[in-house]
Design a protein around this ligand. Structure first.
Ligand code: G4P
Length: 536
């Protein structure tokens, strides 16, 4: 098959949602409709119901058995679909943000009873930062939820995006009768089936079909009226608007009951983008470019405790990746080849011979990869758009077993390489501070240090507000910081100078006294000259 055909048939995306909206259920149902699994109940939930490390580890254990949950690939019709998993829990939001750098589009799941929730808004902000095309799936229509028009309004106002329903429900909760597919002009009767794909669904090929009146009486009229109203209020769907991230098509359904999924999946393969071009430090990389390139967006260590392996997940962006061929690791300026790259089909991992743009491959990593690292066929560019945000909570690391300090050093290095937390150091590395988004990450860090590296640590709290990467032209510019605020200055893993402000007040003071310094609360992994968020 030609390179262009390989690219066109790939769709790489993530499902995102506020926890409990139905992300796991929808993931499973997509696998079911594609035929990758035959019966629902096979995909393990990856959510953390109680905020405890043991829950997280239970999930890790499951992942040890099936590493594939980080990426599920399946075929549907003529397409190869790569679905990237994102953690639902907000304490792992950073992991989700990184995964979003590796997809070309997103399906956002919203619970029709709860509407737009806090996490939904945050995730959408990240999509909008990157102009990622978004499809919205309004789930749980079998329950009494908000009025569909009200929900559409809420989506527009809270998510700051224009919406365009491509299906529309008739009734909801006990009165849920089915969905009208505006895009295909057909009506599918609601027939729940939690386990299998329901073959026996009655479909009317048009809204004017008299069969609708026979089946639903006056409700059929209401549906016609509603659809007319929708067509009047919302402008027509255009692919351009969707692909540029300005317009989100909306679908209604009930994932648990396998309903509305086929409409979603069929439209998804029609409209969702195939691998798109990406910005790199010296220009643009296109999927059709002859030379291979890709970047690491996720690293996971010790999936199998017996093997102590570490896998770097790499998104292919251009050219063709081949097993046992030498590639250029740009940051290390080294040539590397991979004898055992892995691909992830449905729920199993297998040896991969070649991969194309849009694919995600697993590379066994002996500690040579960082998040954001680029592989090429010799060129020296790096991929842009992989952000690092300031953590929200900081703790000082204290080693409680002096005989295990080497293990502690190694464990902290490895786990922060994964992005589980960010590491900041002072006094030549003797003082270590870890910064995270949410408290649960400390529990996981402590547990994994002990169980995977045999190191025992404690975390002590410190006065802290946020971390800021400092940018300046001349060392004299930070003279005041070095003299007066050296206690609050740290280095990150790339030797960038970081100011951990004790409070908002201390940040304001530092900004005032150091007018030539930029205080960045977010930076690029690979291009630290880029100012993502300068607060000064
Ligand atoms: P998440 O990954 O986004 O966190 O959500 P998940 O799919 O785990 O779904 C959250 C809960 O919502 C689950 O119930 C699930 O069964 C339910 N659910 C998903 N889709 C629908 C739907 O279309 N209709 C209805 N009524 N419920 C739905 P749970 O009780 O938390 O878990 P479980 O015991 O059912 O697994």
């Amino acid at each position: 098959m030609s390179h262009i055909l390989e690219i066109d048939k790939r769709k790489t995306f993530a499902i995102i949602s506020h926890p409990d909206a139905g992300k796991t259920t929808l993931t499973e149902k997509l696998l079911l409709f594609s035929g990758a699994i035959q019966i629902a109940g096979a995909v393990k939930s990856n959510k953390i119901k109680k905020t405890a490390a043991s829950d997280f580890l239970e999930i890790e254990k499951q992942r040890g058995i099936s590493v594939a949950t980080s990426v599920l690939s399946f075929n549907y019709k003529d397409y190869k679909i790569n679905l990237l998993d994102t953690p639902g829990h907000k304490d792992f939001a950073e992991d989700t943000y990184r995964t979003l750098t590796a997809v070309d589009s997103v399906i956002l799941v919203v619970d029709c009873v709860k509407g737009v929730e806090e996490q939904t808004e945050k995730l959408m902000q990240v999509c909008r930062m990157r102009n990622t095309p978004v499809i919205i799936f309004i789930n749980k229509m079998d329950r009494e939820g908000k009025d569909p028009v009200e929900l559409l309004d809420e989506l527009e106002s809270k998510l700051s995006i224009r919406v365009r329903p491509l299906t529309y429900p008739l009734g909801m909760g006990m009165q849920f009768r089915g969905v009208y597919n505006i895009y295909k002009n057909s009506f599918a009767f609601y027939k729940p089936n939690k386990i299998r794909v329901e073959e026996d669904v009655t479909i009317f090929e048009s809204l004017s079909d008299p069969g609708l009146d026979e089946a639903f009486g006056s409700d059929a009229k209401k549906l016609r009226h509603d659809v007319e109203l929708i067509d009047g209020i919302y402008e027509s769907f255009t692919s351009d608007e969707y692909l540029s991230g300005r317009l989100a098509p909306v679908f209604f359904g009930s994932a648990i009951n396998n309903f509305g999924i086929k409409e979603l999946l069929d439209t998804f393969i029609d409209i969702a983008p195939s691998p798109m071009e990406r910005e790199v430090t010296n220009g643009i990389v296109k999927p059709v470019d002859k030379n291979f390139s890709g970047f690491v967006f996720k690293i996971h260590s010790n999936l199998d405790p017996k093997h102590r392996d570490r896998i770097a997940f790499l998104r292919v962006c251009s050219g063709k990746f081949e097993r046992n061929k030498f590639y250029h690791h740009v940051r290390l300026n080294r040539q590397l080849k991979f004898a055992n790259p892995a691909s992830f089909m449905a729920q199993s991992k297998s040896l991969l011979e070649e991969a194309f743009p849009g694919d995600v491959i697993g590379l066994y990593d002996s500690g040579i990869f960082n998040i954001g690292d680029t592989l090429t066929e010799g060129e020296s560019f790096m991929f842009k758009g992989i952000p690092r945000f300031s953590p929200e909570v900081f703790r000082i690391v204290r080693n409680t077993d002096p005989f295990k300090s080497k293990q502690m050093e190694k464990g902290i290095q490895y786990l922060t390489d994964e992005g589980l937390a960010q590491l900041f150091t002072q006094n030549m590395g003797n003082k270590k501070v870890v910064g995270v988004v949410g408290e649960l990450q400390f529990d996981v860090l402590k547990y994994r240090l002990l169980h995977e590296y045999g190191a025992s640590v404690e975390f002590t709290s410190m006065a802290s507000y946020k971390a800021f990467w400092l940018k300046y032209n001349d060392k004299n510019d930070i003279d005041e910081m070095l003299r007066i605020r050296s206690n609050s200055l740290y280095y990150d893993k790339n030797d960038n100078l970081v100011f951990i402000a004790e409070s908002e007040y201390s940040l304001r003071m530092a900004i005032e006294k150091n007018p030539k310094v930029k205080f960045l609360s977010a930076i690029e992994h690979n291009d630290q000259t880029l100012e993502l968020e300068n607060v000064a």
